[in-house]
Design a protein around this ligand. Structure first.
Ligand SMILES: [Fe+2]
Ligand SMILES: [Fe+2]
Length: 261
């Protein structure tokens, strides 16, 4: 690894650390006061909206199957399917929890009310790119679309991948909430999700830098793109939890160093 790559890795990790602390603060604030079952349920349903989008990936899995050894690598297919299986598990665990909270079976409309794609994808229907129930998530799609201009595709894709799960801070913080039966069940699920999301996201930093960062310009572009995506991801997290942090508190994470008190 070159000196430039070492610097790049450190810079990217710094951005992740800053925003993942912000995501942890959102979750910490949410659990700092008593919540009704209805508030818990809406929060879980909004989180479900981010996991259920896996449904939009499955046509790609089928295509990779058709193109196996004719353009689709065996291990690329295996890794893709493994991630699909992880996301389906996240969705299924949270959907079971939502039904436990509601004390009844939920309809597809209820479970998929907040379904939203994580990033811009021209093959996905616009109602999943801009779900009116989740304006910040729609804005996230716009941020990734805006990156298309001026950011080479491998860098943009790599950065979006690294940002997955928002650095993991929200999931880890949620594992610490233990005040009632819902929180204990939620914590167990979030712990399970956290270990997957760390592999999907932050653990990809070193590989990304090794493959994609060769020049000072690559470094600048990567840091700028990751900052844009993580800043919006923090707003998405705040939206999922019903806006516990104010805009001013969110903005404190956009500046180096400081966190809200
Ligand atoms: Fe997930
Ligand atoms: Fe994931």
């Amino acid at each position: 690894m070159t000196m430039l790559q070492e610097r790049a890795e450190q810079a990217l990790r710094d951005v992740l650390a800053r925003y993942t602390a912000g995501e942890a603060a959102v979750v910490n604030r949410f659990f700092a006061q008593p919540r009704s079952s209805q508030e818990y349920l809406e929060m879980v349903l909004r989180q479900i909206g981010r996991e259920v989008q896996i449904a939009h990936w499955l046509p790609k899995a089928a295509r990779m199957g058709e193109e196996l050894e004719r353009g689709a690598g065996r291990w690329d297919l295996q890794r893709f399917l493994e991630q699909c299986a992880d996301e389906i598990k996240h969705y299924a665990l949270l959907a079971d929890l939502a039904e436990w909270l509601a004390e009844r079976k939920l309809s597809a409309e209820e479970l998929r009310k907040y379904e939203v794609n994580a990033f811009w994808d021209e093959e996905v229907d616009d109602r999943y790119l801009h779900n009116p129930h989740l304006p910040e998530a729609g804005r996230m799609v716009d941020v990734t679309r805006e990156l298309i201009e001026g950011t080479p595709e491998p860098i943009r894709r790599g950065v979006v991948k690294i940002s997955e799960g928002g650095g993991g801070g929200a999931f880890l913080e949620a594992t610490r909430a233990q005040a009632d039966e819902f929180q204990r069940r939620f914590a167990a699920i979030m712990g399970d999700i956290a270990s997957d999301e760390m592999q999907h996201g932050p653990e990809q930093v070193a590989g990304f830098v090794k493959d994609q960062v060769r020049t000072e310009a690559d470094l600048d572009m990567s840091v700028r793109a990751l900052t844009a995506v993580m800043a919006q991801h923090l707003r998405v997290r705040n939206e999922i939890y019903g806006y516990p942090l104010s805009e001013q508190e969110l903005r404190s994470f956009d500046l180096d160093g400081s966190a809200p008190s």
